[in-house]
Ligand binder design. Structure first.
Ligand code: MN
Length: 133
Protein backbone atom coordinates (compact mmCIF):
# COMPACT_ATOMS: atom_id res chain seq x y z
CA UNK A 1 0.00 0.00 0.00
CA UNK A 2 1.53 3.37 -0.95
CA UNK A 3 2.21 5.63 2.01
CA UNK A 4 1.33 9.26 1.55
CA UNK A 5 2.47 12.08 3.80
CA UNK A 6 -0.30 14.68 3.75
CA UNK A 7 0.97 18.07 4.87
CA UNK A 8 -2.03 20.29 5.53
CA UNK A 9 -2.78 22.70 8.36
CA UNK A 10 -6.54 23.01 7.85
CA UNK A 11 -8.35 20.27 9.86
CA UNK A 12 -11.39 20.22 7.57
CA UNK A 13 -9.14 19.73 4.55
CA UNK A 14 -7.02 16.99 6.05
CA UNK A 15 -9.96 15.12 7.55
CA UNK A 16 -11.76 15.02 4.24
CA UNK A 17 -8.76 14.34 2.03
CA UNK A 18 -7.26 11.65 4.24
CA UNK A 19 -10.57 9.77 4.37
CA UNK A 20 -10.96 9.93 0.63
CA UNK A 21 -7.39 8.78 0.02
CA UNK A 22 -7.73 5.90 2.49
CA UNK A 23 -10.79 4.68 0.60
CA UNK A 24 -8.67 4.73 -2.55
CA UNK A 25 -6.13 2.38 -0.97
CA UNK A 26 -3.53 4.78 0.38
CA UNK A 27 -2.05 4.84 3.86
CA UNK A 28 -2.08 8.47 5.00
CA UNK A 29 0.34 10.07 7.46
CA UNK A 30 -0.24 13.64 8.57
CA UNK A 31 1.88 16.71 9.23
CA UNK A 32 0.35 20.09 10.01
CA UNK A 33 3.31 22.45 9.57
CA UNK A 34 6.46 22.69 7.49
CA UNK A 35 8.86 21.50 10.17
CA UNK A 36 6.67 18.47 10.93
CA UNK A 37 6.69 17.73 7.21
CA UNK A 38 10.49 17.51 7.25
CA UNK A 39 10.60 15.46 10.47
CA UNK A 40 7.92 13.01 9.30
CA UNK A 41 9.62 12.63 5.93
CA UNK A 42 12.90 11.68 7.60
CA UNK A 43 11.27 9.32 10.10
CA UNK A 44 8.69 7.66 7.85
CA UNK A 45 10.12 7.77 4.32
CA UNK A 46 6.70 8.11 2.61
CA UNK A 47 6.27 7.13 -1.05
CA UNK A 48 4.83 10.55 -1.91
CA UNK A 49 4.30 13.89 -0.18
CA UNK A 50 1.20 16.04 -0.70
CA UNK A 51 2.45 19.45 0.34
CA UNK A 52 0.16 22.35 1.13
CA UNK A 53 1.96 25.63 0.39
CA UNK A 54 0.37 27.91 2.99
CA UNK A 55 1.64 26.37 6.24
CA UNK A 56 2.75 27.59 9.67
CA UNK A 57 6.41 27.51 10.86
CA UNK A 58 7.85 26.91 7.36
CA UNK A 59 5.78 27.26 4.21
CA UNK A 60 5.50 24.38 1.73
CA UNK A 61 8.18 25.77 -0.59
CA UNK A 62 10.70 26.16 2.23
CA UNK A 63 9.94 22.65 3.55
CA UNK A 64 10.31 21.23 0.04
CA UNK A 65 13.67 22.93 -0.47
CA UNK A 66 14.95 21.50 2.81
CA UNK A 67 13.71 17.98 1.96
CA UNK A 68 15.48 18.23 -1.39
CA UNK A 69 18.69 18.95 0.52
CA UNK A 70 18.47 15.71 2.56
CA UNK A 71 20.12 12.91 0.56
CA UNK A 72 18.18 9.96 2.09
CA UNK A 73 14.79 11.47 1.23
CA UNK A 74 15.57 13.91 -1.58
CA UNK A 75 14.10 11.62 -4.26
CA UNK A 76 10.59 11.35 -2.77
CA UNK A 77 8.01 12.86 -5.16
CA UNK A 78 6.37 16.03 -3.86
CA UNK A 79 3.02 17.22 -5.19
CA UNK A 80 2.12 20.75 -4.08
CA UNK A 81 -1.42 21.65 -3.03
CA UNK A 82 -1.98 25.32 -3.56
CA UNK A 83 -4.84 27.77 -3.29
CA UNK A 84 -2.92 30.21 -5.49
CA UNK A 85 -2.73 28.89 -9.03
CA UNK A 86 -1.11 32.05 -10.31
CA UNK A 87 1.81 31.87 -12.69
CA UNK A 88 4.33 33.39 -10.25
CA UNK A 89 3.44 30.91 -7.52
CA UNK A 90 3.66 28.01 -9.91
CA UNK A 91 7.22 28.99 -10.81
CA UNK A 92 8.11 29.39 -7.15
CA UNK A 93 6.62 25.97 -6.34
CA UNK A 94 8.42 24.16 -9.13
CA UNK A 95 11.74 25.88 -8.53
CA UNK A 96 11.50 24.94 -4.83
CA UNK A 97 11.68 21.32 -6.02
CA UNK A 98 8.05 20.17 -6.21
CA UNK A 99 7.42 17.69 -9.04
CA UNK A 100 3.91 18.90 -9.79
CA UNK A 101 1.12 20.97 -8.23
CA UNK A 102 -2.63 20.79 -7.79
CA UNK A 103 -4.90 23.81 -7.28
CA UNK A 104 -7.37 23.73 -4.41
CA UNK A 105 -10.22 23.02 -4.05
CA UNK A 106 -9.12 19.45 -4.65
CA UNK A 107 -10.47 17.65 -7.70
CA UNK A 108 -10.03 14.11 -6.39
CA UNK A 109 -10.05 12.38 -9.74
CA UNK A 110 -7.37 14.64 -11.14
CA UNK A 111 -5.32 14.51 -7.95
CA UNK A 112 -5.35 10.69 -8.00
CA UNK A 113 -4.09 10.75 -11.60
CA UNK A 114 -1.26 13.08 -10.70
CA UNK A 115 -0.35 10.92 -7.69
CA UNK A 116 -0.40 7.75 -9.80
CA UNK A 117 1.93 9.27 -12.37
CA UNK A 118 4.46 10.34 -9.76
CA UNK A 119 4.27 7.04 -7.87
CA UNK A 120 4.73 5.01 -11.04
CA UNK A 121 7.76 7.09 -11.93
CA UNK A 122 9.37 6.33 -8.58
CA UNK A 123 8.45 2.63 -8.65
CA UNK A 124 6.10 2.68 -5.61
CA UNK A 125 3.37 0.01 -5.27
CA UNK A 126 -0.04 0.78 -6.81
CA UNK A 127 -3.01 1.61 -4.59
CA UNK A 128 -5.86 -0.89 -4.27
CA UNK A 129 -9.11 1.00 -3.72
CA UNK A 130 -11.50 -0.45 -1.13
CA UNK A 131 -14.48 1.26 -2.75
CA UNK A 132 -14.35 -0.85 -5.91
CA UNK A 133 -13.39 2.04 -8.18
MN1 MN B 1 -2.72 25.83 4.47
Amino acid sequence: MPRILLVEDNPENYDMLSRRLERKGYEVLLATDGQQAIDQTQQQHPDLILMDIGLPVLDGCEATQRIRGLPEVSGIPILALTAHAMEGDRQRILSAGCDDYHSKPVDLKQLLEQMKTLLARSGAPAAEPSDGS
